[in-house]
Design a protein around this ligand. Structure first.
Ligand code: ZN
Ligand code: ZN
Length: 344
């Protein structure tokens, strides 16, 4: 039977290997981020890549990335971690707040204090970080949601609950107050909901993902003359071969290839020539994009709904128009990646 001491020595060796490997992984992250190679695999961020490809836990991914990125601007953090002066846990705690100006204060604290005491010091110095935002399941279809808030936030919440309580003829809960506020916001701002309402109103619900070439607008037609369908197919193939399943849908986003405001016709009161196409994507087309793509990035394996933008598959500068088939939804990371490829 193996003696306790032999098992202990084996454990010590494995833990040494574990720490060494963790540091080696952290050292890899910034070079990986610089290549942005994970975008081609469908990951929209280094974090998503670490979870999906390296199979790190959420905690490890957040911690490692925070330490790696901060080590670029404060190399002393990297050095302290490499020399085992600061644990990875404590390094991850101070990484978000560490600067060149405060490193003399926080690096020694992270080296000397145990995790719980370091957390208390951080909360004292940065009260807004005192509560970590969490969403935790507590039963089927029930969650516990936790976040910090200001006194002003509390005042607004209290007022919302007063008004809602009057309407409901009963005391409104936090959940009811938040729900009604979110419903208001989503009704006004969610591009997918707005598209659905617009189509329902006009009874124009298109078949999702289907392009109706018979219904192209004159604006699109203006951009699509001169063998443009062939050009478009070529660009589709180029981008598809590199990025996977898109094109295939359109969605509204915070930003698009077009500027936020429509350019005015240079010929007031006259019919706009067919070649002069407003750069703003027409609302109807945007609705069709949103209806089709459901606000999600169409890059293979991505599907992210944060920071989405509408992309012209055939670039605007090359005559790409606002047709449904020439527009697709991309997250900002994949959008930038597609444009890098188109430039190269
Ligand atoms: Zn674009
Ligand atoms: Zn994406």
């Amino acid at each position: 039977m193996t003696s306790f001491e032999a098992l202990r020595q084996q454990g010590i060796r494995l833990c040494d290997d574990l720490r060494r490997n963790e540091k080696a992984i952290i050292a890899l992250l910034v070079p990986i981020e610089k290549t942005k190679g994970y975008l081609d695999l469908g990951y929209s961020s280094l974090y998503a890549f670490c979870i999906g490809d390296f199979k790190l836990s959420d905690y490890q991914a957040c911690n490692f990335i925070a330490i790696a990125r901060k080590s670029e601007s404060v190399p002393e953090l990297k050095l302290a971690v490499e020399q085992d002066q600061i644990t990875l846990t404590n390094a991850g705690k101070i990484a978000p707040l560490l600067t060149q100006e405060n490193k003399e204060l926080w690096l020694p604290k992270a080296a000397e204090l145990p995790k719980a005491k370091l957390e208390m010091e951080i909360k004292k110095a940065f009260p807004e970080k005192a509560v970590r935002e969490t969403i935790r399941p507590v039963a089927e279809n029930r969650l516990e949601i936790k976040f910090g808030a200001s006194a002003e936030f509390q005042r607004k919440l209290a007022r919302t609950k007063e008004i809602l309580s009057n309407q409901l003829r009963k005391s409104a809960s936090h959940e009811e107050a938040f729900e009604i506020l979110m419903d208001f916001f989503l009704k006004a701002k969610d591009p997918v909901q707005r598209a659905e309402r617009a189509f329902a109103k006009k009874a124009l619900l298109p078949c999702p993902g289907r392009v109706n070439s018979q219904k192209r607008t004159s604006l699109e037609a203006g951009a699509s003359d001169k063998n443009s369908q062939e050009d478009l197919r070529e660009l589709f193939n180029l981008q598809r071969s590199r990025f996977g399943r898109f094109p295939g849908s359109l969605s509204p986003g915070r930003r698009s290839d077009s500027p936020a405001k429509a350019s005015k016709s240079p010929y007031p009161g006259r019919v706009t020539p067919s070649r002069i196409i407003p750069r703003t994507i027409p609302r109807k087309i945007l609705h069709e994009v949103n209806q089709r793509d459901r606000g999600a990035c169409q890059h293979k394996n991505c599907g992210q709904k944060h920071w989405t933008e509408v992309h012209h598959i055939k670039p605007w500068g090359l005559g790409g128009g606002h047709s449904l088939e020439n527009l697709t939804t991309l997250c900002s990371a994949h959008h930038a990646s597609v444009h890098r490829v188109l430039k190269s």
